[in-house]
Design a protein around this ligand. Sequence first.
Ligand SMILES: Cc1cc2nc3c(=O)[nH]c(=O)nc-3n(C[C@H](O)[C@H](O)[C@H](O)COP(=O)(O)OP(=O)(O)OC[C@H]3O[C@@H](n4cnc5c(N)ncnc54)[C@H](O)[C@@H]3O)c2cc1C
Length: 332
Amino acid sequence: MLDAPILVLVDLETSEAGSAPTGPSLELLTAARALTSGDVVALSLQPLGEPASAILSGAGATRLLTADLGESAHLPATAADAVVAAVSAVAPAAVLVVSDYRGKELAGRAAVLLGSACVCDATALEAAGAGDDSVLRASKLALSGSWSTTASVGSAGSAPIIAVRPGIVEVTAADGAPLTAEPLEVPVSAEAAAVRLVSREATSVASGPVLSEARTVVVGGRGVDGDFDLVRSLAEPLNAAVGATRVACDEGWIERSAQIGQTGETVSPRLYIGLGVSGAVHHTSGIQGAGTVVAICDDSEAPIFEMADFGVVGDVTEVVPQLVEELATLRG
Ligand SMILES: Cc1cc2nc3c(=O)[nH]c(=O)nc-3n(C[C@H](O)[C@H](O)[C@H](O)COP(=O)(O)OP(=O)(O)OC[C@H]3O[C@@H](n4cnc5c(N)ncnc54)[C@H](O)[C@@H]3O)c2cc1C
């Protein structure tokens, strides 16, 4: 186990009830607790209320740094400047960020600014060895998930930045003491200041859970023939995010941001349900971290059945309504 602090960049989601840490950020705090006997330092790029800071300590944060970057917090370059400032304040053994589009970009940028190492899309972390000899190891899936690689990540010069995939850690409660927010001054570089946020709005895909963070994902492929209402009819009762294959996005049936696979999102849900998806490797490379895979497809030879835990060979227009009805019956 390490004994130096671990710094965790916390992302926030805002609702009518205020700002709260996202699920993947809480997963990082749980992961950090397992790596160090030292402080787990949460870094928020916006000021936080008492309820949000209680959630952070309940997930394992022992210190809280807060900057006030406003909307610029959503920009990777500005967030990277904040990580650099926090590293200089805390001298952590490592920095953990969520491995989404923004997290991966800011991880690379912060590592370059710090002259340190960077690993993106990590699927497992461990602190191997004891005392001064302990070293951080990060694993990731490569080559469409057919290989798992593990690298030891030293602190060459400064703390390594590790972007961790959502969904790989189960959040566990810590008996955390109340946190006192420590304000962090962030000198924003000219390069970061040159980028300004013009607009930021949720698309209709974002009306359900966020795809990259969802516990359950229902995916529509060519086999749904443009009927994404059918996909949503199953996603909604399961509180699932809606995803798509590239074909479905190319056809304009759903926004490009819903695409899962090699050139789309990588997801690690507990449950993946593919509707009319053949399971081409370009698609399945984005679901290697999925827990249980369910496939409903009319072609019994489709490759998706090779990785499916449960498969139904059938027409989605017949199977999905029955499934939705059965779910409603089960839930009373
Ligand atoms: C460089 C590159 C990058 C790519 N990146 C991606 C990517 O990121 N993501 C991605 O998804 N793809 C990507 N692709 C495309 C990928 O190779 C496949 O073409 C695509 O994933 C297939 O999508 P699909 O399963 O929806 O369609 P298909 O392969 O056509 O499969 C549709 C399946 O639905 C079944 N079906 C038809 N009607 C019904 C019905 N009524 N009920 C039940 N089943 C039915 C069919 O039998 C078939 O098995 C990429 C390709 C390349 C070359």
